[in-house]
Write a new protein. Sequence first.
Length: 345
Amino acid sequence: MFVSVSKFPGLSVGALAGAVCLLLGTAPAAAGAGPAAVDTPPGAPPGACVAQGDWGPPLPGTALSAPRVQGGFHFLEGPVWIADPGYLLVSDMGPAAGWDQVQPSTIHRLSPPAAAQTFQANAGSNGLALTPDGQQVVAATHDNRSVSTFRLSDRTRGVVAATYQGRAFNSPNDVTVRSDGVVYFTDPSFQRGRRPDAMGGRTGVFRVVNGQVALVDDTLRQPNGIALSPDGRTLYVGAYSENRIYAYEVRPDGSTGARTVFATVPGPDGVTVDCAGNVYWVSNSQGRVYVFSPGGATLGTISAGSSATNAAFGGADRRTLYVTAGRTGDYGIHSIRLNVPGYPY
């Protein structure tokens, strides 16, 4: 069951999720919570989409351009849309510093063209997502090699995943959350700096269920962007150093099955998905977004300037695609209106 935010403009994602839970007689799941007792995987994220027939073509053309609407940041990543009252949160990573050469990061609150506000200083974050109740941001936090939460109301920091079998992660990069709270994240080594390698040279994909961290795959070379299909049956992961997008079968308990090659993209970075299941993958090396159908057919591209990193849908009807892109020292937000609403991260 999905509820569209656009149908209820006065309600937040969290309020909608709570309403759905009241209707179903369940409680909203927390990040890392266990899967619900269902025969098919819960979709992701909650509150983003409503079941509908043919959405029609997602793009108004096959070669589009997303204009820049705000700039002046150092290195942006991980946009996430907060529906109530309507703003973006983004990670802004600074130059590597200290003996360990780790990049500091601040989470900014953006309502372009208004000036940015600091949401969380010293966040150490990269990719961002939302908990199912919409009350917390889930962050891939490379500062302490973990996955964390930041409560929207008071910025309180919590822990989703700290280690795997007692070993430190490399530098968690991006994250997606199923509507029952199961968390999936990627762990390349991009922001590990000079800290010791506890993963034996491997970079991987992990999931968290009921606080327990499990390995999905440690054979990918520098996994980066990660997302779930609207029906929750497919997990997409981009392998940056392979120029490939992989698709994993997802079971109701959160475990994954067979892996196939979904598409190829030069330098695949962040990703988002629309309500029709179309996949929007950012090519860092080409500065554009590749748009694929659920079957993997290329539908078009959206140019967003050099070194694009990530994308998310936002706006009152969630039909505006926001893309983070730019050059180090002058990153910005680009946006374009599209035909199909999509995920807030």
